[in-house]
Ligand binder design. Sequence first.
Ligand code: MTE
Ligand code: MO
Length: 570
Amino acid sequence: MDDSHPSYPLAAVAGVASVVLGAGVGELVAAVIDPTSSPFAAIGSALIDFAPPWAKDVAISLFGTNDKAALLTGIAIVVLGLAALAGVLEARFPPWGRVVVFVFGLAGVLAALTRADAGLLAWLPSAVAGVLAAWVLGLLVIRLRRIPVARPVAPAPSLAEPIEASRVGSTAIPRTPPPDATPRQARGPEGSARGPEGSARGPEGSAPGPRPDDGTSRRTFLLWTGAAAAIGILAGVGGTVLRGGSRSVAAVRNALKLPAPAKTAAPIPATADFRIPGLAPVITPNADFYRIDTALIVPQVDPATWKLRIHGLVDKEVTLTWDELIALPLQESTTTLTCVSNDVGGNLISNAVWLGYPIRDLLSRAGVSSSADMVLSTSIDGFTASTPLEALTDGRDAILAVGMNGEPLPAEHGFPVRMVVPGLYGYVSATKWVTDLEVTRFADASAYWTQRGWSERGPIKLESRIDVPRDGASVTAGTVMLAGVAWQQHVGVSGVEVQIDDGPWQKAELATAISDDTWVQWRLPWSAASGSHTVRCRATSATGEQQTSTQAPPAPDGASGWHQIAVSVV
Ligand SMILES: Nc1nc2c(c(=O)[nH]1)N[C@H]1C(S)=C(S)[C@@H](COP(=O)(O)O)O[C@H]1N2
Ligand SMILES: [Mo]
């Protein structure tokens, strides 16, 4: 053991404590000035934006709609690991540890500044975090150096000893307090109440060093380190609480009353829903509606300040405010949204009754040039989607939506205004928190996911899914109801067939379709004999196309293949 350097484990703890302090205070500053400037969220968002195209796929297949929580957890682990390394680096090669910590901060600054919705002060929280963490790391390591390095004396500390004790108290450890122990030290076992950073525990409490100075300098170091970590955690928690408390937009939303539709959707026939337990209901409650987006922090857009600008290849620019939008005759339409990342059998598909205004009517107000073939929509956070102009003008229910299943859009589904276009995957059509429509051409502009390798156009593929029984389920022999959904929005579904093992394809019963723009339920009673069985399904579209058995992954333009499940009948 090399005794000429300070304890590396303690140095690592110092690194973690100073970064916890910096990050916590940074989050607090962000909460006060601008939630989207949160260093964490900024770095996470930058990672999302710069991640290679396949990474989205992997993240969504691994974590589904929990992909964001997984990302933030991953970032926290990596940052804390690097912080520990920076601490060791500072102890060994000062000032390089501080430089590393400062560069973290700088990365946060850059990430925050490059967010589309970055405010003027977006750089501040990460700058504060980096400078504070670097400064405090320097102070802590100075304290650490003041701990005299003791020479090891046999017996070597037990491996079961906590890590700090095995390094710091690497002298022979008296089991009883030394004569000069203060009453506080004598308390000893307080060490078991370990703080998050080991701060509440003075190893000296249970294992005081031989010289009084050891205890003092170690205690001072640990006190400072503990204080830094504790302040960081408090500030971080405070920031989170503050951000949660600034729910002014949520309050506006809750108080909001949408106008009654000028044109209501055709009533949903009772026969549209078989109401089979485990089968997706034909209308998805808002709380169950799938959510996919790149927004780590849900944008908070106040309708009072919301504006939509329509520009580009138009005769005259049009700007629309919230009050102007909801004064227009709004219409209801039922449209099923699907994510291009939906795997065969996946659940990134949901159906709602939307309330909104036809985009074609706004476009015709602006007067679209005949050279245009695309509308690039942009959200307040910079996400973009390229929608073929034709899909917006051919008469389908392509709308600027303000309502979802009878309420204002939930914040995470685009409050106050989003696009909904039947027939296209969400990434090329369903821009949430939309603020800008640029009439342009595919040859001249490209959208967020296209720049990351996904197809520039995204018509929804014909697909079907088995919901009951679940894959791998065990059912009782006899009549078993097989059921699921099938979709190809804006084309429609004319039939679903089911195959058990290698038997003949059997025609399933379709529920009443709400429209060609929605999914449709299917069911088929099956006389199940005991044993292991495979069940697969395929749909036929309203135009007679049969769902392909060719398996394709989600990238670049949507998954295909037959959904197949295994069922054991007992
Ligand atoms: N602003 C914004 N809008 C967005 C996205 C996004 O990342 N940001 N993702 C799109 C994608 S990929 C899909 S599938 C749909 C999902 O809409 P939902 O979350 O309401 O289900 O939103 C679309 N609109
Ligand atoms: Mo998507």
